[in-house]
Design a protein around this ligand. Structure first.
Ligand SMILES: [Zn+2]
Ligand SMILES: [Zn+2]
Length: 113
């Protein structure tokens, strides 16, 4: 584990209003459509691999919780991805629980209502 890096369950902020009250509405075999409970914008989050693996040691095996936001690792398509907290240089970055790739979150198909 690098320094005081701390991993948190993935949170996604609505790209339109920044609310974290977003819900996954589909299944990974179809798409990653989410909806914001605050402004009803729909969007599909995706990740970009940043080409750097973090040395995290073994991460706890975690079941994907589809009642929470879900995104897949661009490199290995694993569905358990953590947010990184308490490291300003890595703010808003994610890490894949399987291949430990450092990831950046982005959005496609953003549709405001
Ligand atoms: Zn919103
Ligand atoms: Zn991965």
């Amino acid at each position: 584990m690098d320094g005081n890096m701390k991993l948190l369950p993935l949170t996604i902020s609505c790209p339109a209003c920044n609310s974290q009250d977003v819900a996954y509405t589909c299944s990974p075999s179809c798409c990653f459509n989410h909806v914001c409970a605050n402004c009803y914008t729909t969007f599909e989050p995706f990740t970009r691999a940043l080409g750097k693996e973090l040395s995290l040691g073994d991460l706890p095996e975690t079941e994907v919780d589809f009642s929470r936001p879900v995104v897949s690792c661009e490199r290995c398509h694993h569905l358990v991805v953590y947010s990184i907290a308490e490291d300003e240089a890595l703010e808003n970055k994610l890490v894949c629980a399987s291949c430990h790739m450092l990831l950046e979150l982005d959005f496609s198909r953003v549709n405001s209502r």
